[in-house]
Design a protein around this ligand. Structure first.
Ligand SMILES: [Zn+2]
Length: 325
């Protein structure tokens, strides 16, 4: 079996491989371009889309080894293949085969299809290393079509009354999925500058991606749905436009009190991470001999899997945990 350790990133010591390390390395696989999955590495292995997005988001220069999905690549004494993770554009799972066994590392992933990310694929592996952001039974997302319809209806009602709906969503991934949804419903969309920057790359890379959207201009807000990063200041917006109503779009919206916690008027549970049921389904699809869990409710989900008869351990419980598999 492949030897795996966790030291602020997944490490395959016998193969000299680092997967999504948070400290700078000479060479690392980067699953996607969210900043919590990368650092100032000298050289990265990533999909072409992730490499492109990293150039726009992550400071510094790095050597890039771009690898297309589904193309086996000799690496670390084995064969590495990237599979779509469905999380954001270009997000990849890392599938590794060697004489010592096989491993599938999901990175951040989701199973539900989205207009702004590749369709998730999977394969059997001896060891499954998976993210477990929503690894508790209470994180079951409602049917996404219903939530999308509610979100569109919320926006339409506000626009009809001369108000401005503002959707709070991460600038990479969620924002572009919402843009596709709003444009398909015929609504005019205006983007915060940081969202606009990312969206221009989606338009460049994704055939069929909507071309009609505006960059934020305070004088032209009327009649538009705004997409705004949750972290960006809303002061200018609310000062200039009295009719602004905000909605957070996140999987955490299934928690009671989400509108109060995010200080907004509405909350819509659409997530870029697999929910609890999809995490269980994924284990079933991959049929691993052992599961290692990372992020979120890693220990709880691993314990849950053990109760279901699956060998499973949380990797993030200890920073220097070493497992001989
Ligand atoms: Zn992510």
């Amino acid at each position: 079996m492949l030897r795996v350790t966790y030291e602020r990133g997944l490490h395959l010591p016998d193969n000299g491989l680092w997967l999504d390390p948070q400290g700078a390395r000479a060479f690392a696989f980067v699953s996607h371009a969210h900043s919590d999955h990368t650092a100032r590495h000298a050289k990265v292995l990533a999909t072409p889309a992730t490499a492109r997005l990293m150039r726009a988001r992550i400071a510094g220069k790095r050597e890039e080894e771009a690898l297309e999905f589904g193309t086996p690549h000799r690496l670390g004494g084995g064969l590495a293949t990237l599979l779509p993770a469905g999380h954001v554009l270009g997000s990849a799972q890392f599938y590794f085969q060697s004489d010592a066994g096989s491993l599938l590392y999901t990175g951040d992933f989701k199973l539900r299809p989205s207009a702004a990310a590749e369709r998730t694929e999977w394969c059997h592996a001896d060891t499954l290393v998976m993210e477990t952001t929503f690894g508790l039974p209470r994180y079951r997302m409602p049917p996404v079509d219903e939530v999308r319809a509610q979100l569109i209806a919320w926006c339409r009602t506000l626009l009809d009354d001369g108000n401005t709906p503002v959707l709070l969503a991460y600038s990479l991934g969620k924002a572009q999925e919402l843009l596709c949804l709003l444009r398909a419903a015929g609504l005019a969309v205006m983007l915060h500058p940081s969202v606009w920057d990312m969206t221009e790359i989606y338009r460049e890379l994704l055939p069929g991606f909507p071309h009609t959207y505006a960059r934020y201009k305070h004088s032209q807000v009327a009649g538009h749905v705004l997409i705004w990063p949750p972290s960006a200041s809303r002061d200018e917006l609310t000062a200039r436009h009295q009719g602004c109503r905000t909605a957070i779009v996140t999987g955490w919206a299934v928690d009671p009190g989400a509108t109060r916690r995010y200080k907004c008027d509405a909350a819509f549970p659409i997530s870029d991470h697999a929910d609890y049921d999809d995490l269980l389904r994924y284990v079933d699809f991959v049929k691993p001999q052992q599961v290692l869990t990372l992020h979120g409710f890693a220990a709880e989900f691993a314990a849950d899997l053990r109760r279901r008869g699956v060998e499973a351990w949380a990797l993030t419980e200890a920073d220097q945990l070493e497992l001989k598999l």
